[in-house]
Design a binder for this molecule. Structure first.
Ligand SMILES: Nc1ncnc2c1ncn2[C@@H]1O[C@H](COP(=O)(O)OP(=O)(O)OP(=O)(O)O)[C@@H](O)[C@H]1O
Ligand SMILES: [Mg+2]
Length: 140
């Protein structure tokens, strides 16, 4: 992936979508990650009773990062990896995006994010999120 984790230094768009102006990347990124820090980086969502709230938060932050689009390449893969790390920390399997990546669903949901409409991304996460079973088995 080009850029080596550095903020891009140009404005970019995909289709009709213009991502965060590069001049604002640092300050907007700080806003998002400060908020995430205040949510304890979503580390407290192991309890299945909190699953709906977890999905709500995951989709909110995913939408924010999709709009930010901080790098020149690899944003999609980085963002999905980032949230997979968060969900596995909370005892979930990697989010299953497969059918939405094969079709245009993930892109359509991303386009909605540009208008701060996270509903379709929330549905994608909801459909793809399941508890890991291996630890449960070990305890029985
Ligand atoms: N038209 C669009 N409007 C808004 N967001 C888009 C659009 N097309 C793609 N995206 C978002 O940009 C991401 C792709 O960005 P980028 O090419 O930097 O990442 P990638 O990891 O190389 O690609 P991919 O996500 O396809 O694996 C997609 O995953 C999606 O979230
Ligand atoms: Mg790409």
């Amino acid at each position: 992936m080009g850029g080596g984790g550095k903020y891009r230094s140009v404005n970019i768009s995909k289709g009709e979508s213009m991502f965060c102006p590069y001049m604002n990347l640092e300050s907007f990124s700080n806003d998002i990650f400060n908020k995430l820090k205040n949510n304890n980086y979503l580390k407290n969502y192991e309890n299945i009773a909190l699953k709906n709230e977890f999905i709500e938060k995951l989709s909110y932050y995913m939408c924010e990062l999709i709009v930010l689009h901080p790098f020149s390449e690899g944003n999609g893969r980085c963002i999905r990896l980032f949230f997979d790390m968060i969900v596995t920390f909370n005892g979930y399997e990697y989010i299953d995006y497969n059918s939405t990546l094969e079709s245009s669903d993930y892109i359509s949901a991303s386009i909605d994010c540009m208008e701060t409409d996270c509903e379709r991304m929330k549905k994608i996460i909801e459909n793809g999120l399941t508890k890991a079973t291996s630890l449960v088995k070990d305890k029985t």
